[in-house]
Design a protein around this ligand. Structure first.
Ligand SMILES: [Zn+2]
Ligand SMILES: [Zn+2]
Length: 187
């Protein structure tokens, strides 16, 4: 009995590729250019592609002897929060994908682990895990609204951008006074 994958894929699901139109002959090619709604949790806690946002797939599927090689780019908008000042970040991400999906019961299927090489389920490919991995890897773990974001004044919580250069809260610890002088001259 052929091995059955635990979850059956829905061919209409946005990140499932259907290879029925792709001849199973090494070298055969099909391109996939489409915009799909982003799945939930695509990214990290602080920055992610909003669920339902336009995710652009610009991929090609190529038949190889044991399966289908999917390569190309996936891009979409990202939204997050600056780790220093909590301002909203609106950016975009583009990741490169190159992933082999083995035919069911091919030698590759039988001789490799599923975490080494992807698997096809019949004619379908679930692209979501690969896209998710690539996007998570591409997004910063400490997102910033801009590289030199000065953050918030620890005493009043106002963004340093919105404060006058000589902003201070009295009682500067004498040990730090020299340092704050230094920071100011840098501006
Ligand atoms: Zn910031
Ligand atoms: Zn302050």
């Amino acid at each position: 009995m052929p091995k059955q994958s635990p979850v059956s894929l829905d061919p209409r699901s946005p990140l499932v590729l259907d290879t029925r139109e792709l001849p199973r002959r090494p070298g055969a090619l099909r391109t996939v250019n489409r915009v799909v709604p982003a799945p939930s949790d695509l990214g990290g806690e602080l920055i992610a592609v909003p669920e339902g946002a336009d995710l652009e797939l610009d991929l090609r599927m190529e038949s190889v002897s044991e399966g289908v090689l999917v390569s190309g780019t996936v891009s979409g908008p990202v939204r997050g929060e600056c780790g220093r000042c909590l301002r909203e970040i609106n950016d975009s991400v583009a990741v490169t994908i190159q992933e082999l999906y083995a035919y069911e019961n091919s030698t590759t299927d039988v001789t490799t682990e599923e975490d080494e090489v992807g698997r096809m389920q019949g004619d379908l490919i679930d692209l979501e895990p690969a896209v998710r991995d690539a996007v998570v890897l591409a997004l910063p773990t400490n997102p910033l609204c801009r590289q030199d974001c000065p953050g918030l004044c620890p005493d009043c919580g106002v963004h340093w951008d919105d404060l006058p250069a000589d902003h201070s809260h009295q009682q500067i610890d004498p040990r730090w006074a020299g340092l704050s002088q230094l920071t100011r001259t840098e501006e």
